[in-house]
Write a protein that binds this ligand. Structure first.
Ligand SMILES: *Cc1c(COP(=O)(O)O)cnc(C)c1O
Length: 401
């Protein structure tokens, strides 16, 4: 029997349209570990300014060796979900370390932060509850809330980005809701801005709401010792629920987690569907992520190096005449205007040996297309100077500086 031809033809037409609109994403293939410089197929060595490898742990020898050791000791995978026979001792060790690191009573790992976020809302809300979300929250939070709304019939709202008045007003308008959840990113990925966490906590307490913060771009990044947005603001232990990823600063493999009160974490084990119906985090990844957490605890100087590198790059790029969005995170977006300009800039930078992604409409507002630089503790001054020189050359060519 032949395949259904129209099924495939539809996709072929859509892909042709993406290419015609010049928004088709071409994948670049790396042929080396993730690092400050990588080998890119067809390009040779390039400096990467687009990875989430904030602490440079993706190819750290101790992290890699822990993964090897995990593979030897536990084999390739769990072949089970957690509650049947897929819980290994290394899961407990990792989750204990994660809870300690982010300052909560307990933590539970998922195969991704996407999964952790998706799991959370629908598990903890009921009909009559109210969920409110920052308009710039990550897609996984948006989908998590949509799912909760569809299956639990909760009420939902979106507040303007970091607009505390809007947040307060919408919470007040839903005062009668039984449980009220505020969802925010700790660090917003497209802007590099930090949530106004102390104010959000204050409003939450006044309005008897619960704060859920996705700290994926802040874990290992913000705070003196990398414990995230709560440490940055001196409010460790005051956020009701924290979700985060193991795929960024903490080794960059994959996986995510929910951290919070032991009873909440236990309920997630009992009831959250991605936990009940999908395999556990591979023990190899649990082992390498555990090593990443322990290394960060032992050597917080990496976090300081990251901060210094980000400050250095930000200053040099401003000196060069660019106007990055103000901020204090290692996410440094440089606004260039039109989408085509951002894409062209990214292409020209790659020709100069610097890989940095351009983002345009509709990912960011019209006229605010940008290239988003992400700095790592692993970048040397040489790497950063090399990148700035490339930016200068390309910026002048495009008439941006
Ligand atoms: C990267 C990211 C995620 C997804 O993390 P994965 O572990 O790769 O699924 C979720 N939320 C935010 C805010 C992120 O930046």
């Amino acid at each position: 029997m032949a395949l259904n031809p129209t099924f495939v033809q539809d996709f072929e037409a859509q892909i042709a349209q993406l290419k015609a609109d010049r928004v088709y994403k071409r994948l670049n293939h790396l042929d080396s570990p993730q690092g400050p410089r990588v080998r890119m197929e067809g390009r040779g060595e390039v400096v990467i300014l687009s990875s989430n490898n904030y602490l440079g742990l993706a190819d750290d020898p101790a992290v890699v060796e822990a993964g090897h050791e995990g593979l030897r000791r536990y084999g390739a995978g769990t072949a089970s979900v957690r509650f049947i026979c897929g819980t290994f001792t290394v899961h407990r060790e990792l989750e204990t370390a994660l809870a300690r690191f982010v300052g909560t009573e307990a933590a539970l790992s998922y195969v991704s932060a996407w999964n952790a976020n998706e799991a959370l809302t629908a598990t903890v809300v009921e009909a009559g509850d109210f969920v409110i979300s920052d308009e710039l929250n990550h897609a996984s939070i948006i989908d998590s809330i949509r799912l909760a709304k569809a299956i639990k019939k909760c009420t939902t709202a979106v507040y303007k980005h970091s607009d505390l008045d809007d947040l307060r007003a919408k919470l007040r308008a839903n005062r009668d809701a039984k449980r009220k959840l505020i969802w925010t990113d700790g660090v917003f990925s497209m802007e590099g801005s930090i949530a106004k966490l102390p104010d959000i906590l204050q409003i939450a307490r006044e309005e008897n709401a619960v704060v859920v913060m996705d700290d994926s771009h802040a874990t290992g990044v913000l705070g003196k010792t990398g414990r995230g947005t709560a440490e940055h603001f001196g409010v460790l232990g005051e956020v009701d629920v924290i979700t985060s990823t193991l795929g960024k600063a903490l080794g960059g493999a994959a996986g995510g987690f929910i951290a919070g009160p032991a009873a909440l974490v236990d309920m997630m084990t009992q009831r959250s569907r991605p936990q009940l119906f999908s395999n556990a985090l591979p023990p190899t990844v649990a082992a390498s992520s555990l090593a990443a957490v322990e290394l960060t605890e032992r050597e917080p100087a990496r976090v300081e190096t990251l901060r210094e590198n980000a400050r250095y790059f930000r200053e040099r790029i401003i000196e060069a005449g660019f106007k990055p969005l103000a901020g204090e995170t290692p996410i440094i977006p440089i606004i260039v205007g039109e989408t085509a300009a951002a894409i062209q800039m990214s292409d020209l930078l790659l020709d100069e040996g610097v890989f940095v992604t351009g983002f345009g409409f509709p990912v960011v507002p019209q006229g605010q297309a940008r290239v988003r630089c992400q700095i790592s503790a692993a970048h040397t001054r040489d790497d950063l100077d090399f990148a700035v020189a490339a930016f200068k050359k390309v910026g002048a060519k495009l008439g941006i500086i």
